[in-house]
Ligand binder design. Structure first.
Ligand code: G4P
Length: 299
């Protein structure tokens, strides 16, 4: 699957972020709880240097709650402060300020001892596109306004916001990878909506999503589409396509000649998955990453 990127402005954005880092005390990284690792920009470690970091796992309403707990524990073991949120409803967002102050407790204490009591804590908020960063910031600020980027002609840049006395936020443009070399990453980003559908083939993507669901959460497929899953003895060249056809047939999506309208079914599957209609699911597990790390250590 070929996914196109827009690396042009990203180098510039990255440079500006690195500059702004000098002005902040901590970095808050917003990620999608359904794909916590894939929705992190791998450049962020380098950009953020050794600034204290708060990881906001957003969209927890769409993720598997047990997996969210496991991921939060995984990141805490790695030294991050973690906040789990559903920015759409606002759940968890109220804990943001306390989480930042706890993360920077030692620094704030030092400021106090030096008599710098009026000094504000400054936090840079980063995130790849579509993780809900704007929604999160709006909720933190207690406002409903749409983000500037939604209005044509408005350049979305870095912007400072005052949350409350002593806490300021720097919003940054959502940046994605400069290049994408891992197909799985691309597929996870596309099925969750971080990559726009006009840069991917919708039917191919839906077939891949069918395969992922078949392996990770077959019960969700059966519940939603009332399809019979292929038995172990059945073999298909394209399992995802077969599942797409079965779902399309059940929904009665036919085109002339009795053929199944798989393209229509593909769009519906992606829409319903993104909207959480299939149920709560997390696409990756911490074990996949822990195993890789150990594996590497073993050589
Ligand atoms: P971004 O700044 O990171 O690019 O993302 P943005 O806040 O624009 O959010 C992208 C979409 O994700 C929006 O939906 C937003 O409502 C939704 N969203 C943000 N946080 C959450 C969350 O915690 N849970 C759920 N379920 N959705 C979330 P949209 O369809 O683009 O807009 P709208 O229908 O909400 O108006």
């Amino acid at each position: 699957m070929n996914i196109q990127w827009y690396p042009g402005h990203m180098t510039r954005t990255r440079r500006r972020m690195a500059d702004s880092l000098k002005q902040v005390d901590a970095v808050c990284e917003v990620v999608d709880a359904r794909i916590p690792q894939v929705s992190r920009n791998p450049d962020m470690d380098e950009i953020a240097g050794n600034k204290p970091r708060l990881l906001v796992m957003n969209r927890t309403d769409l993720a598997d709650p047990e997996m969210t707990k496991q991921w939060a524990a995984y990141y805490r073991r790695q030294g991050y402060a973690v906040l789990t949120t559903d920015a759409k409803s606002g759940a968890g967002v109220a804990k943001f300020s306390a989480a930042v102050r706890s993360l920077l407790a030692e620094k704030i204490q030092v400021w106090k001892e030096k008599g710098q009591t009026g000094r504000s804590v400054k936090v840079m908020v980063v995130g790849i596109p579509n993780v809900g960063k704007s929604t999160f910031i709006n909720k933190v600020l207690g406002r409903k306004s749409a983000k500037a980027a939604d209005k044509p002609g408005v350049t979305r840049g870095q912007q400072w916001f005052r949350v409350e006395n002593g806490l300021e936020l720097l919003d940054t443009p959502g940046i994605l990878w400069p290049k994408l070399d891992d197909e799985r990453t691309g597929i996870y980003l596309a099925v969750t909506g971080a990559v726009k559908d006009d840069v991917v083939d919708v039917e191919t993507l839906a077939c891949r999503l069918m395969e992922i669901l078949y392996h990770r959460a077959p019960e969700l497929l059966v519940n939603r589409y009332k399809i019979q899953l292929p038995g172990e003895e059945e073999e298909f060249d394209f399992l995802g396509y077969e599942l797409l056809m079965r779902a399309g047939r059940k929904r009665g999506f036919l085109i002339s000649g009795g053929e199944i309208d798989t393209e229509r079914m593909a769009r519906i599957l992606l829409d319903e998955f993104r909207g959480g209609k299939l149920g709560r699911i997390t696409l990756e597990t911490p074990e996949e990453y822990e195993y890789t790390a150990e594996d590497r250590a073993d050589g």
